[in-house]
Ligand binder design. Sequence first.
Ligand code: NAD
Ligand code: UDP
Length: 310
Amino acid sequence: MSRVLVTGAAGFLGSYLCDSLLSDGYEVIGMDNRVSGRTENLDNAFGHDRFTFYEHDVTEFIHVNGELDAVLHLASLASPVFYREHPIKTLKVGALGTHKTLGLAKEKDATYLFTSTSEVYGDPEVNPQPEDYRGNVDPYGPRSCYDESKRYGESLVRAYRDQHDLDVRVARIFNTYGPRMRIDDGRVIPNFMRQALTGEDLTVYGDGEQTRSFCYVSDMIDGLLALLESEVQDPVNIGNPDERTINELAEVVLEVTGSESGITYEELPPQDPKVRRPDIKKARAELGWEPGTTLREGLQRSIEYFEEQV
Ligand code: NAD
Ligand code: UDP
């Protein structure tokens, strides 16, 4: 593989993926409409002569000159705060954007990687979640614009594989964090870091006993690249199985930042999943991948960035 398209390139994960692909010698075309992304995330990539950027909405027809070996589709609204604000855009990028990028991959005979999500499991009734768990999603619920567009996206990927023999990969990504997340992203780690660093109270939603499992960004990028380089055509969970309550997360953030902030309890958003933890047996066995960064280390590595942002 040598020439790849990354959609959502100006976002958090997309920009790191571009950087890694460029250091591995790939020619990278980044595409983004900057609805939530920022081109400053691509400062490093722009320094490479093997990098090109197209500002384009992937729900519209996509034209790319020349050959492509892979299409990596990361474009999406990804934070619950953003996708609740833009439910139609979220549905369109998961459905139409996935369709357009699959069509491009078929035209170019390129390997296709879809970034799905742990949200396909909804509010899970089994913990941890293995890939064969079918999920508990409310199709008319407040998170459905995201959950259902990703579930539909997976189904489209499966259809292109079956009907057109497209070479596909499906990553089910679990909560990931690190530098380059927007400070106003609304997800829990940017919120807690901003609050801890400015001396505001940390806002814990609900009783804080709901759980998430947080993966540091460099581990996630290694996992995505391992999946791309594998021959695994079925969905694979990529995430860190170190499950924490949100109360525990708040304590760790206060400790690593040395902050004296307190904690305020606020209303839980409707249908907030109660537990989430990836079963990563498949990733370990078939990709030879597992995360290596602890929560404490990952947060420590992120402090400098969040300090600059506040
Ligand atoms: P992000 O918001 O930082 O990046 C997504 C990028 O997609 C943004 O730059 C945005 O401008 C772009 N985009 C959105 N709609 C577009 C459109 N129609 N055309 C072109 N560009 C568009 O999000 P992220 O955290 O980097 O997530 C990347 C991918 O991984 C997403 O598909 C997301 O659903 C998935 N994912 C992320 C997480 C996580 O914890 N970060 C968890 C599960 C799944
Ligand atoms: N959360 C919180 N305080 C915040 C932001 C989020 O307690 O300031 C909670 C949220 O209700 C959820 C968890 O943290 O239970 C993770 O939320 P996030 O928005 O990061 O992503 P999700 O995993 O829900 O997609």
